[in-house]
Design a protein around this ligand. Structure first.
Ligand SMILES: [Zn+2]
Length: 327
């Protein structure tokens, strides 16, 4: 099967085939939860599926026809049987009133005599009241109406929402599989390519975005500053003040340590990750694992409680010097 739509990325083809087989067999559940880390193309997949469910043109297993009236309405953002919900701004809560509009939309007859589709992007941003309102809609499904929830952070959704949806999990593809795709998208040398993928946690679309936004040079500077800390040329307090202006600093720290551990496990070259200066002993290895655990816990706390980032970084960088470098 050749899947060449620009919204359906090569690493998502298996998910599509499984889902479309269910649809062909008349077993497509009315509620789907698309989960996986950011940058894997889940939202694009949801859009691809939405258009396919609305399309009434020439039948096709791989995507919508793109030509029929339904496709044109959808592509113009005007399809009356599609309700698209997303936070008004990144990180902003999806309010209960918005979710209540789903019940009304579900109850009305499809205006184009086909399917109706409701999509919710960044579904983790629904607050408790909104989630409860959505549960009610899920308990009373209406025929030919499909709900697509998309999230990078499934743990933030109510367990009852999980149990009422079929999960479609998007996995990080093997690096070798996406390098060619990434090379075709952006002009990067091999080191930059590896850095972009490492920084994006292996998520190809995120790696592409990083390359296009010029984030890679900021990341390289960040790594150099960390190397300076490790070699005693920078103080943790000075660096904490500097890094706290960089919104993604905790995420970058996580990525760097995770990549370092992966490289150690695969016995790969560590030269570009000179943040650990001493020879790698078993103790250093263990200390790195503990450090990553601590970093993960604090990052989650920070996201939930908006802790003071400078103080948090000071504590993390002092710990780095005392508990990792000292091993
Ligand atoms: Zn069509």
């Amino acid at each position: 099967m050749s899947l060449n739509s620009e919204r359906l990325y090569p690493w998502c083809e298996k998910n599509w085939e499984n889902l479309w087989q269910q649809q062909q067999a008349g077993r497509l559940p009315h509620a789907l939860l698309l989960v996986g880390q950011a940058g894997l193309g889940k939202q694009a997949f949801a859009e691809h599926l939405t258009q396919r469910l609305l399309c009434q043109g020439e039948a096709n297993d791989t995507g919508a026809c793109g030509q029929c009236r339904q496709c044109k309405l959808y592509l113009a953002g005007n399809h009356p049987d599609h309700l698209a919900i997303a936070p008004e701004e990144p990180g902003k809560a999806i309010p209960v009133d918005t979710i209540r509009s789903i019940a009304k939309f579900s109850a009305q007859t499809a205006q184009q005599q086909g399917n109706k589709v409701i999509s919710i992007a960044n579904a983790e941003n629904m607050n408790i009241a909104a989630s409860n309102a959505l549960l009610k809609t899920l308990e009373e499904p209406t025929p030919n109406t499909f709900l697509l929830l998309v999230t990078d952070r499934p743990a933030q959704l109510l367990p009852t929402l999980h149990s009422r949806c079929q999960r479609i999990v998007f996995h990080v593809p093997p690096e070798a599989h996406v390098q060619d795709w990434l090379r075709a998208q952006v002009d990067l040398n091999e080191d930059e390519l590896a850095a972009a993928l490492a920084l994006a946690g292996g998520a190809p679309r995120l790696a592409k975005a990083y390359a296009e936004e010029g984030v890679l040079s900021a990341y390289q500077d960040f790594l150099t500053q960390w190397q300076h800390l490790s070699s005693g040329q920078a103080s943790p307090y000075h660096l904490a003040a500097q890094w706290s202006k960089q919104a993604q600093c905790l995420q970058w720290m996580q990525r760097i340590i995770a990549t370092l551990l992966k490289r150690i496990a695969c016995q790969q070259d560590l030269a570009s990750y000179g943040i650990v200066t001493q020879p790698l002993s078993v103790q250093t290895h263990q200390a790195l694992y503990h450090y990553l655990d601590k970093l993960n816990v604090l990052t989650q706390k920070q996201a939930r409680h908006h802790l003071n980032l400078t103080l948090l970084l000071e504590s993390l960088l002092v710990t780095w010097c005392q508990e990792v470098l000292a091993k």
